[in-house]
Every structure is written in structure tokens, then in C-alpha cells.
Design a binder for this molecule. Structure first.
Ligand SMILES: Cc1cc2nc3c(=O)[nH]c(=O)nc-3n(C[C@H](O)[C@H](O)[C@H](O)COP(=O)(O)OP(=O)(O)OC[C@H]3O[C@@H](n4cnc5c(N)ncnc54)[C@H](O)[C@@H]3O)c2cc1C
Length: 556
């Protein structure tokens, strides 16, 4: 049984070879690389081309580029951060192919910061035992990567770009092979409203799901649409419980909601330290790397200290950098703090953890293939096995690059053998998929509140039961409205709210099942790591009657 969002039947259809959903580092890299095989690519993106998380990345991109550094050392640091759940072959692919993938990104046009001899400058971030983070524009790495990739796709006439278009659901052929998708193009134009794109393969690169929580570093487009679409199409998602909360997000007050400004780990990498309201450096003695301990450790330590002191935030002190260093090394962060009335040159920055990165996602193999034939996923929406229970800082841009290239290589190879054929879309079958009742737009804020209270940095069976009950109530409400013939209108806000609801339900289901503390999944009621029972991935798939079935699988 597959499901679809309630939406009008497609009013227009177009055809391509490979349709890519999302225009961050992952999606644009797939598009550029399949073009090299002569395939036509269509990139569909929800807002403007540069509106995903990629543009916001500050710290940089990790790769063993420095003298004395090796992929093996990068692998070791990644495995430690992943807390026993990384798939080693996936990490090996990441760290060995990473340095050349960064060089290819430079060849596309991304300009990284360099010293006077032209060598790429490398900084350190939490969990890395070496300086291996390449950065651009000081702390504007993602903006530079996005700029270079957007310029490259714009100059390639073989890449069709469809902006302001929300992808709804997967289309398959009679064999269940991905054959395209449905989408809704916003605004007036030739292709207004709901339509369909037929394709030989579909690549999801829709980014993260941070908007499931009230406070997040993710932009408004990060509503987990790709995960929700994949679940409705029958694909397996995995490790959703591992949401990384960034420890140092600018605290803007108790009522702040939505995207919040990040204060990059690189600020700690350059020597800023965390202090509580009394000026005590509370990370000292908690981990050998002090403030540069892996993110989950720092986020937990901050949360614990906030609870002990009844405080709403802690402080990050970088006053000793001086104005000149703030201005050259961290211009973006300096500007964003000052815009909110805090001058880091003269006072410590108030910080608190916020949802930042989804380590789990749509389960893929080493070539980005999901469990649905012809459907691929890469970037933050995917779970390649690289991050395990916790992503190592700055490995995500790299994962987006490396696995996008791997998908393009797989598609190129299939094209060469004649296997990548045109598919006949089973329109009748697609319409037969069960329509999901839509949630009202107001549900978005309620989902975020439920998830922040129930499945945030600290979780327990009781907190998650409350979240599950609240989510079930929202679904019941949508069903009742449908039965009373007053359903929510199909439109962007209701589709996004419905996607957020499915993703939140899957996340809580996984987090409630995993009765241990590991990586960024912190259970108050199960404070220890339990390798005997839980050193395994936790997959979920949507069943008949909309239930989520858990499918544990071994670490590869
Ligand atoms: C503030 C911040 C700082 C970060 N710093 C770093 C860092 O220093 N180093 C690092 O490695 N990582 C960092 N990350 C994480 C990293 O930026 C992301 O994991 C990465 O950029 C994700 O890339 P992506 O291509 O998978 O997705 P994104 O760049 O998020 O792109 C997703 C795309 O999908 C589109 N989309 C979503 N849903 C739909 C839909 N239904 N229909 C059509 N289009 C859709 C979006 O509009 C967007 O274009 C940071 C993240 C944030 C938020």
C-alpha cells in the first residue's frame, strides 16, 4: 500500500532523464555530474535555488587535505563521533573520496580561504584531532559553495531549473520503479499548479527536518518533505532518532521560534570558551577536548548546567579574540550577533542548544539507492551510514558532495548499459494510492511545541508518550474534519504541516523504541549505552492503515 498527499490531479506533464529534488550541495552536485554523461537533469526546488541549509553553513567542509593528515585519521574521528553506529564502508568512501571531491568543487569555482602561499587554510572543530576544515569567506563557507554550484547549473543549458515548486509525491511504473513525481508550482506561469515530471530516475536531496522543532538552525524549507515522501512511497527510513542539537545557537529569548542564528563551532575551534552565569568554564574536566568535545557532549553539558542553575542559556566568551579577529575570521557571526544587540567583542554571547542536523534519513546503500528501485537520496535527507549516532562536525557538506557524485556515477553506469530506460508512469496506480488527510497550517506550531517538549535534547518514555498522544490527536482532528466534509485545503502550508506530522511521528516512534543513550539520542530513563541490544540501526516503514513498522538492521 502506498500513500499520497491529498492534491488535485496533475494538470500538466513534462519529461526529463533525471529529476533532482532540492538545490543544495547534494542536489546541484548530482545535476552537474549526470550532465557529464549526457543525461538531461531537471532540478526542482521549493523556493529560490539557494534557499536550503547549504547557504547557511559556516564552519566549513572536512577533508584530509592538510600535511600529516590522512583519510584513516578522519575515519577514526568520524567513527568515534558516530558512537558505534557508523557503517564503516560508507565512512571509508567519504574520507577517501572526500579530498578529491573538494578539489573538484574548487574546479567548479568555489574559492576557499588560503594563506599567502596559496595553501588552503584549515581550522579545527569539535571531535576532530586535526585541523582539517576548509572554509570560505571566513565563516561563509556554505554561501560560497552555493554561489559556485548555482552559477555552474545556471550556465548549463542541459539543466532545467524549476524554482518555487513543492514536490508532493513519487510516481512509479507498473513494476514499482520510480518513474517521476508530482509537484505544485507556486505562482503564475506556464506551469502553474499541480503537475507531473516523468523521469528515468528520481533523486531526493531535500535537506533536513529541523523545522520539526520550535528552535532550529535550519531554514524554513527544511520540513522533512523528502523523508515524508519516501515513507509514503514505501521506502525505509532509518536512524531518525539521532537529531543533532547544535550546542551554541544564539539565544534570542524564551519565545523565539523558527530559524535561529548559529554561532559556529569554529569559534570554539579558535579558542572561545563556554561559561555559565558565574563565569565558570564548565566544560573543563568533562572531556579531554574541553569545549571541543563532540557536539552531543557539549549540548548535553550545556543543557545539564542550564537545568542545574535554572538558566535559559549559557555564554560563549570570545572577547579575547579582539575586534580585528572577529571582523576578519567571523564576519557573518559578528554581524548577526550585533544585529541582535550583542557585541561579542565586548560581551559573552548568550547561547543554547537548538535542532541542527538529522543524522538519520532515507536509508541508502553506498550508491545512494533507496529501498525503492530508481529512487535515490543524498545529502542530509539520506542515511548513508556515515554519521551513525552523531555527525562529526563539517562532515555533512562533504557527505553531500561525495554521495551525490556516487549517485551520478551509478546513473551514468546504468545509462551506459542501457538499463536507465524511460518508464511508463502508472497514472491510474498513482491516483489509487491512498490520499492522506491534510493537517491545517496551525498544526505546524503545535507539532514543533510537542516535539521540543517531548523529543528534544533530553527524552524519556513519559515525554515521548506525551508527544505521541499530541501527534495522534492532530491526526484524529484531520480525519474528523475530512469526515465532516470540511478538510484542510490542499496548499503549501497544509502539505508542509502534513509532512512535518509524518516525520515527527516517525522520529518519536524511533526515539521511544531506542531504550538507551547513544550519540545525540539522550534518554533520561535509559542513561547508558546498551551495545548488546541496541548496536543496530532502527529502520521504519509505513504499513497498511498508516502504521509505522520498525525494522532493526545490523551495523555494516
Ligand atoms: C546554520 C547551519 C550551519 C551549518 N554549518 C555546517 C558546516 O559548517 N559544515 C557542514 O558540513 N555542514 C554544516 N551544516 C549542515 C549542512 O549545511 C547541511 O547538512 C547541508 O548543506 C545539506 O545539504 P543538502 O543539499 O542535503 O540540503 P539543503 O542545502 O538543505 O537543500 C535542500 C533543498 O531541498 C529543497 N526542498 C526541500 N523540500 C522540497 C520539496 N518538497 N520540493 C522541492 N524542493 C524541496 C529546498 O528548498 C533546498 O533547495 C550547517 C547547517 C546549518 C543550518
Amino acid at each position: 500500500m502506498s500513500y499520497r498527499l491529498t492534491a488535485p490531479a496533475p494538470g500538466w506533464t513534462t519529461t526529463t532523464d533525471v529529476v533532482v529534488v532540492g538545490s543544495g550541495v547534494a542536489g546541484l552536485t548530482v545535476a552537474l555530474n549526470v550532465r557529464q554523461a549526457g543525461l538531461r537533469a531537471t532540478v526542482v526546488t521549493k523556493a529560490m535555488l539557494d534557499d536550503g541549509s547549504t547557504r547557511w553553513a559556516q564552519g566549513g567542509i572536512a577533508a584530509a587535505l592538510g600535511e600529516g593528515d590522512t583519510p584513516e585519521q578522519h575515519l577514526d574521528d568520524t567513527l568515534v563521533a558516530g558512537a558505534g553506529l557508523c557503517d564503516e564502508d560508507a565512512v571509508r568512501a567519504l574520507v577517501t573520496e572526500g579530498p578529491d571531491a573538494v578539489r573538484r568543487l574548487i574546479a567548479v569555482g568555489a574559492a576557499f580561504d588560503r594563506d599567502e602561499d596559496g595553501e588552503i587554510l584549515l581550522t579545527r572543530e569539535g571531535g576532530h584531532h586535526r585541523r582539517r576544515i576548509a572554509h570560505a569567506g571566513g565563516d561563509a563557507t556554505g554561501a560560497e559553495i552555493s554561489r559556485a554550484l548555482v552559477a555552474a547549473v545556471r550556465s548549463d543549458p542541459g539543466v532545467e531549473l524549476i524554482e518555487h515548486a513543492l514536490v508532493l509525491d513519487l510516481l512509479t511504473d507498473a513494476d514499482g520503479h520510480a518513474a517521476g513525481l508530482t509537484l505544485h508550482v507556486m505562482g503564475e506561469g506556464q506551469r502553474d499548479g499541480v503537475g507531473a515530471i516523468r523521469a528515468r530516475a528520481v533523486v531526493l536531496a531535500t535537506g533536513g527536518m529541523g523545522q520539526v522543532f520550535s528552535a532550529t538552525t535550519n531554514p524554513a524549507v527544511s520540513t522533512g518533505d523528502g523523508v515524508a515522501l519516501a515513507l509514503r512511497a514505501g521506502a525505509e527510513v532509518t536512524d531518525l532518532e539521532f537529531v543533532q542539537f547544535h550546542p551554541t545557537v544564539l539565544w534570542l529569548g524564551p519565545e523565539a521560534e523558527g530559524q535561529q542564528p548559529l554561532v559556529s563551532e569554529a569559534v570554539r575551534g579558535e579558542g572561545a570558551y563556554l561559561v555559565d552565569g558565574d563565569g565558570v568554564r564548565f566544560m573543563v574536566g568533562q572531556h579531554e577536548l574541553n569545549e571541543l568535545a563532540p557536539r552531543d557532549i557539549v549540548a548535553k553539558a550545556i543543557t545539564r548546567r542550564m537545568q542545574e542553575q535554572g538558566a535559559e542559556h549559557m555564554y560563549l566568551d570570545g572577547r579575547h579574540f579582539g575586534a580585528a579577529m572577529w571582523e576578519t575570521r567571523f564576519p557573518t557571526i559578528l554581524a548577526s550577533c550585533r544585529a541582535h544587540g550583542i557585541d561579542p567583542v565586548t560581551r559573552p554571547i548568550p547561547v543554547a542548544p537548538a535542532a541542527h542536523y538529522a543524522s538519520g534519513g532515507i536509508r541508502t546503500d553506498l550508491h545512494g539507492r533507496t529501498t525503492v528501485p530508481g529512487l535515490y537520496a543524498c545529502g542530509e535527507v539520506a542515511c548513508t551510514g556515515v554519521h551513525g549516532a552523531n555527525r562529526l562536525a563539517s562532515n555533512s557538506l562533504l557527505e553531500g558532495l561525495v554521495f551525490a557524485e556516487r549517485i551520478a556515477a551509478d546513473l551514468t553506469a546504468r545509462h551506459a548499459t542501457g538499463e536507465l530506460t524511460e518508464r511508463a508512469v502508472d497514472v491510474a496506480g498513482a491516483r489509487a494510492a491512498q490520499p492522506v488527510p491534510l493537517l491545517a497550517p496551525e498544526a505546524r506550531a503545535e507539532i514543533q511545541r510537542l516535539m521540543t517538549r517531548g523529543a528534544g535534547v533530553i527524552r524519556s518514555a513519559a515525554s515521548m508518550a506525551a508527544a505521541e498522544a499530541g501527534l495522534a490527536h492532530l491526526a484524529e482532528h484531520a480525519r474528523a474534519d475530512l469526515a465532516d466534509e470540511k478538510p484542510a485545503d490542499p496548499r503549501v502550508e497544509t502539505w508542509e504541516a502534513t509532512n512535518l506530522h509524518l516525520v515527527a511521528s516517525a522520529l518519536v516512534a524511533a526515539a521511544a523504541l531506542r531504550e538507551e543513550t547513544r550519540g545525540c539520542h539522550w534518554r533520561e530513563d535509559f542513561p547508558d549505552r546498551d551495545d548488546a541490544t541496541w548496536r543496530r540501526h532502527l529502520g521504519l516503514a509505513l504499513q497498511e492503515r498508516g502504521e509505522l513498522r520498525a525494522q532493526p538492521s545490523p551495523v555494516r
